[in-house]
Design a protein around this ligand. Structure first.
Ligand code: C2E
Ligand code: CA
Ligand code: CA
Ligand code: CA
Length: 278
């Protein structure tokens, strides 16, 4: 008789797609990555539109995998989110960013650092307390820390976003709406969130040179954001032309390869020589 169960399983195993196999490997490695010190933060400057000075940096997570080298978060954050590891990763990022701010302050570099928060972290009851404790442990003023939350995920679960934002604002950290324009929220909804900053998604920045529509959208977003008291950052600025248009539209800060790439802490220290934070 044919052992259907066994052969079906074997068939499934051999045909299991390589993507899923790879994810499983990465998941197992990722469980060890924190303890084994394989994570690091890179920092990308946000540049003031008026003066060209550095306004702060965004911390971007990197995984220095023992065999595969430096991995970008697009490869492992979705896995961490799916399999319940994102809160441990996120907590590591909070601690490391605060530790780095303290180390920089010790050498006279008072840098505002932005971290990216996942929606799973916003749902954790003790997020604000955890951030507050990490700041205090490292003698960092809460207003030096900025938390970026992607618009689409923030609006997906409005109730927990609002609660988390209010708790974070109460402890004095600044909040930023990331990737604006990719979700479906109206600007009037933003009024209800205590945010300080809005980041225009790269997909719009990419098009400002070639598309009058994209320019009109970006222009309207900047004007309305300003009326709501938000500072506007354009992300993914790659060309001089994009920069010139964004500045003409009164964008406050620029971020992108045209200005500076994400870099390791030591590289950033060298880069900021002569461009002290404002
Ligand atoms: P994001 O927050 O929108 O970050 C901007 C991404 O664009 C970064 O990719 C950055 O390296 C890249 N970038 C910057 N300038 C340019 C440019 O001029 N052109 C292009 N093409 N890309 C540019 P990265 O570092 O791979 O991060 C991807 C995403 O992963 C981030 O998107 C963020 O959503 C997420 N992420 C990064 N670090 C963390 C973290 O610590 N926690 C969480 N939850 N998410 C993170
Ligand atoms: Ca971000
Ligand atoms: Ca972004
Ligand atoms: Ca983006």
């Amino acid at each position: 008789a044919k052992r259907a169960g066994g052969s079906t399983y074997a068939l499934y195993e051999t045909h299991m797609d390589e993507g899923a196999q790879e994810q499983l490997h990465l998941l197992n490695d990722l469980r060890l990555a924190i303890d084994q010190g394989q994570l690091q933060l890179h920092y990308q400057p946000k540049i003031d539109g008026q003066h060209g000075q550095i306004r702060g940096v965004e911390a971007l997570l990197r995984w220095n995998h023992p065999e595969r080298g430096l991995l970008n978060p697009g490869l492992f954050i979705p896995i961490a989110e799916r399999f319940g590891l994102i809160n441990s990763l996120g907590n590591w990022v909070i601690d490391e960013a605060c530790r780095q701010m303290h180390a920089w302050a010790e050498i006279g570099l008072h840098m505002r650092v932005a971290i990216n928060l996942s929606v799973h972290q916003l749902r954790e009851e003790d997020l604000a307390r955890r951030i507050e404790a990490a700041l205090a442990r490292n003698f960092v003023e809460p207003s030096q820390l900025l938390c970026e939350i992607t618009e689409s995920v923030a609006m997906e679960d409005i109730k927990s976003t609002q609660r988390a934002f209010e708790q974070l604002a109460r402890i004095g950290v600044f909040l930023s709406i990331d990737d604006f324009g990719t979700g479906y929220s109206s600007l009037s909804y933003l009024r209800q969130l205590p945010a300080r900053q809005l980041k225009i998604d790269r997909s719009f920045v990419c098009d400002v040179e070639g598309s009058a529509d994209a320019r009109a959208i970006v222009s309207a977003v900047i004007q309305l954001a300003h009326e709501l008291g938000l500072r506007v950052v354009a992300e993914g600025v790659e060309t001089q032309g994009q920069r010139d248009i964004l500045l003409a539209l009164h964008c406050d800060e620029l971020q992108g390869y045209f200005l500076a790439r994400p870099m390791a802490a030591a590289t950033l220290e060298a880069w900021t020589e002569g461009r002290k934070p404002v």
